[in-house]
Design a protein around this ligand. Structure first.
Ligand SMILES: Nc1ncnc2c1ncn2[C@@H]1O[C@H](COP(=O)(O)OP(=O)(O)O)[C@@H](O)[C@H]1O
Ligand SMILES: [Mg+2]
Length: 162
């Protein structure tokens, strides 16, 4: 990856808020991969991201449904979870390359799904922090130099606040 930014989030709410800010830099056609162990906060991040795109109502884990779609400011937010390895073939069947034309695709356990995905816009890695149970380090990385500044601005937007 050409660039990356790491942000420390001391609570689930802080991760949601960070995700909502990043959503402000998203565009139709973006594919975002979410990495991190079980319970790291991938779905929590997706909830904040959805909120940032104006999605109304609850955003829940698509672990057993593979994919959920929500109308949002950029068309459809497509939320995918490929936790179960045997779903990779099914993920390919979902035709994410077509779905992405309708909005933004967010893939939990995205590393596993990479072979079934087209170009990935950003990779978001969430790791537990030694600072405490509710602390995480969220790292956003990407390859397109042209979008680096937009992501930096989106992530910085909250650092001066509460
Ligand atoms: N800083 C944090 N960021 C994200 N989640 C956190 C944080 N601190 C505690 N949590 C909790 O960790 C859990 C993460 O669960 P979830 O988002 O479903 O993880 P995943 O989708 O990665 O398996 C939630 O219960 C959330 O409230
Ligand atoms: Mg999850």
């Amino acid at each position: 990856m050409a660039w990356s930014f790491s942000v420390h989030t001391p609570s689930a709410a802080a991760t949601r808020e960070l995700a909502a800010r990043l959503a402000g830099a998203a565009r139709r056609g973006d594919v975002i991969v979410l990495q991190g162990s079980l319970g790291a906060g991938k779905t929590t991040f997706a909830q904040g991201f959805a909120r940032g795109l104006g999605v109304q109502g609850p955003v829940t884990s698509p672990t057993f449904t593979l994919v959920r779609q929500y109308p949002c400011a950029l068309g459809q937010l497509v939320h995918v979870d490929v936790y179960r390895l045997d779903h990779l073939a099914e993920v390919a069947d979902l035709g994410l390359a077509d779905l992405v034309e309708d909005g933004v695709v967010l893939v939990e356990w995205g590393d596993v799904a990479r072979p079934a995905l087209g170009p990935v816009t950003w990779t978001v890695s969430i790791a537990r922090s030694e600072a405490g149970d509710d602390h995480r380090v969220v790292t956003v990385s990407g390859g397109e130099e042209t979008r680096r500044g937009e992501v930096a601005a989106a992530l910085d937007a909250g650092t001066g606040g509460t």
